[in-house]
Design a binder for this molecule. Sequence first.
Ligand code: GTQ
Ligand code: FE2
Length: 320
Amino acid sequence: MNTATLPAAALSAAPTLEALYPLLARLSIGAGWDKPEPAMWPQPKQNFLPFHWRYADAAAAFEAASRLVSTEQAERRNLILVNPVAGNIYSTLRTLVVAYQSILPNETARSHRHSPNALRLVLDAGGGAYTTVNAKRIPMHAGDVVLTPSGCWHGHGHDGDRPATWIDYLDVPLVQLLEPIFFEHHPAGIEQPDRVTPDSPFIFSFAATEAGLAAAPVDAQYGRQIELGKPALKTVGLHMMQLAPGMQTAPVRTTANNAYTVVRGEGRTIVDGESFEWRRGDVIAAPAWRPHHHVAGSDAILFRVTDTPVMEALGLLRSA
Ligand code: GTQ
Ligand code: FE2
């Protein structure tokens, strides 16, 4: 039953608030002055937890998973970075999910399309790994970033001879919250490419990133920073940051959610007082309103993935 009524007299004659509340509850109405919890608070709650995932752990897990699950069985051989906040079973941050993904030589990961936006950062690819986006085959090399915007067909394959690994970033948690999730398998199983395009609007090569960083000014909060796309996707902003050895960045506290991935070097990131020592391929979650900064141990490049475009478009971007 999804509707309810009560005789008007029973409601209107309720002698006390204690008598009124259960009558309202039967109508699925709550007394706004007696909410179980406040609906608003002075500033963001910091629900999601700072966390650090190590590439070494994912690589070891992939050795097992490569033996135990094929891309025939799995839509994707991916390892999801589930934020350890109580009750969460999927999201890395409120609006974003991050996952390591591996593909073995001669495997294909079938093509599909979905309303959530996705992108990948290539970690290790010895040549031969590729993503096909809307029938264009894009070769994947370490440090490259490849976009698969909402609604684009995409699948992955590998003609090389060593396993390839990358990291996926998707706005699935945001689209789930907003409801319009759509997902569809490609009718051909694996979409056949009609051409190979090393340069496409969907790819930011590592060579271009390095050249851009070398020419970028040094910012106190972000080091040398470039933005990939403006923004790369409607809901996701992408930046590459280069930190000189020993550099300590000025703290950032923003309503946007940030995921940092180590492209190069070693150092640590301090999120809300917790220090995480990182190396190449590691991921650090810096959730909304958690103050954080970085200390580079060596020359370091961090890939910063954020929901800033969402906050900005909605007028909700603030920093302190
Ligand atoms: O490669 O298409 O990690 O659709 C999660 C969902 C990867 C992908 C993920 C996906 C993909
Ligand atoms: Fe996908």
